[in-house]
Design a protein around this ligand. Structure first.
Ligand SMILES: [Zn+2]
Ligand SMILES: [Zn+2]
Length: 362
C-alpha cells in the first residue's frame, strides 16, 4: 500500500510503497476512512519528542471498517465500523480491572504489536507503528483492544476525531475533573484538544469558560466551541485576567499545551480548593516550579489526565451518541482535509496554528 513514511525525525515525510502483513492472533486489519493530524504526531515527526524509532507510519486518531480479523478475535467482525484507540489494554491488570485502562501495565512494547514485531515493512526493514494504530496508512493491523465498534449511523470521517482529540479534551473535563454545572473553567491552549475541553465545559454547564491562547484565530475557534471569554496571553496576563473575571481564580483549569510555563500559569490561576488538570505533555526532562506553600494552604489539586481518563469501549460510543444527538461538535473541528501526500502541509499548518483539526481522508 502507499503510505506516508517518516524516514527520520526532523525530516519531511514521503509517500512510499509499504508492505502490510496480515493480522496475527488477537489482531485486527482495519481499512482506514479518515485520520486526524495530531500534535503528538507532529512532535514525533519534528523531533520535539526524542527517541522515536524510524522508519515509522504515524497517526493516532483514526476510524474505519474492519477488513479481517486474526485468530481468537471476538469483539469485532469484518464490516464493523470502528474508532481506533491508541491505548491498548490487557483487560486483566490492576488498572484495567479498576476502570483505568489508560494506565494498563501490560501494553505491547511501544511502536510494536504484542509479539514484539511490526506488521509494516519498507524495503525489507521493519516499519514502526505510531500509537499502535499507525492511522496515516490506508490500512493498519492493530491490537483487538484498540478497535472500538460504533454505530453505523456515525459518519466515519467525523468518528476519527473521537479517537484522540475529542476523547482527550472532553474526557479531561467529563471524566478526570468531573466539572459540575456552574463551576468556572479556564482552558489553556485552544488547539484540537483544548477546543474539546472547552466543549466539555459547555456540555456540563460550566460558567464562565475562559479560553487562553496566544493566537487570535484559535481564540475565535474557542468562542465557537463554548468559550464565554477569551484571553490572548501575549497581550494580557492570563492569571490576572482569570482572577478578575472569576473573582477568586477558576474552580477548574485545564492545560492543553505541553508547556511548563502554561502549567504554572494555570496552577496560579486556579482558585483555592480548585483543580488544575494537566493534559499537555512537555518534552521529557522538563521540570515545573510551583509556589509550594499554596498546595496545602489553598488546598489546590494538580492532577494529570491521560486520554481523558477514558474507558474507550464505553466512552467512544458515548461520544458518538453525543455527536448524533447534536450536543458534541465535530464537524466544526475539521477545518482542513488532505490526501496522504498532504501530511507535510498538514504538519506545517498545525504548527502555524492555522487549523482547528486537519484530517487525512483516504
Ligand atoms: Zn493524538
Ligand atoms: Zn491492563
Amino acid at each position: 500500500m502507499l503510505a506516508p513514511l517518516l524516514y527520520h525525525q526532523g525530516e519531511p515525510l514521503g509517500v512510499e510503497e509499504v508492505d502490510l502483513d496480515p493480522p496475527k492472533e488477537g489482531e485486527v486489519l482495519v481499512r482506514m476512512v479518515a485520520s486526524g493530524v495530531c500534535h503528538s504526531c507532529l512532535h514525533a515527526a519534528d523531533g520535539t519528542w526524542a527517541g522515536v524509532p524510524t522508519p515509522m507510519v504515524l497517526g493516532d486518531e483514526g476510524a474505519g471498517v474492519v477488513e479481517a480479523i486474526g485468530p481468537a478475535v471476538r469483539s469485532v467482525a469484518p464490516g464493523d465500523h470502528v474508532v481506533l484507540s491508541w491505548a491498548p489494554s490487557c483487560g486483566a491488570c490492576r488498572y484495567c480491572v479498576t476502570g483505568r485502562p489508560q494506565l494498563c501495565e501490560r501494553r505491547p512494547p511501544p511502536y510494536h504489536l504484542a509479539d514484539g514485531t511490526t506488521r509494516l515493512r519498507w524495503r525489507g526493514q521493519p516499519v514502526y507503528h505510531y500509537g499502535y494504530v499507525a492511522s496515516f496508512g490506508p490500512m493498519s493491523v492493530v491490537p483487538e483492544s484498540c478497535v472500538v465498534p460504533i454505530s453505523r449511523a456515525m459518519p466515519l470521517e467525523k468518528a476519527a476525531l473521537i479517537g484522540c482529540s475529542v476523547m482527550t479534551g472532553a474526557g479531561a473535563v467529563l471524566n478526570t475533573a468531573r466539572v459540575p454545572a456552574g463551576a468556572s473553567l479556564a482552558v489553556f491552549g485552544a488547539g484540537g484538544i483544548g477546543l474539546n475541553a472547552i466543549q466539555g465545559g459547555e456540555l456540563v454547564g460550566a460558567w464562565p469558560i475562559i479560553a487562553v491562547d496566544t493566537v487570535d484565530s484559535k481564540l475565535e475557534f474557542a468562542r465557537g466551541f463554548g468559550a464565554s471569554h477569551v484571553v490572548n496571553g501575549q497581550r494580557e496576563d492570563p492569571v490576572a485576567a482569570i482572577q478578575q473575571r472569576t473573582g477568586r481564580g477558576a474552580d477548574y483549569t485545564v492545560v492543553a499545551v505541553g508547556h511548563a510555563g502554561a502549567m504554572r500559569q494555570a496552577y496560579d490561576a486556579t482558585a483555592p480548593g480548585g483543580t488544575c488538570v494537566v493534559i499537555g505533555i512537555p518534552p521529557s526532562g522538563t521540570t515545573l516550579a510551583l509556589e509550594a506553600h499554596t498546595i496545602a494552604a489553598r488546598e489546590k489539586r494538580l492532577v494529570g489526565s491521560l486520554y481523558g481518563s477514558a474507558s474507550v469501549k464505553a466512552d467512544f460510543p458515548r461520544m458518538v451518541e453525543l455527536y448524533l444527538s447534536g450536543k458534541l461538535k465535530i464537524d466544526q473541528l475539521i477545518t482542513h482535509r488532505y490526501g496522504i501526500d498532504g501530511v507535510n502541509e498538514a504538519f506545517r499548518a498545525l504548527a502555524a496554528g492555522e487549523v482547528a483539526r486537519g484530517l487525512i481522508v483516504f
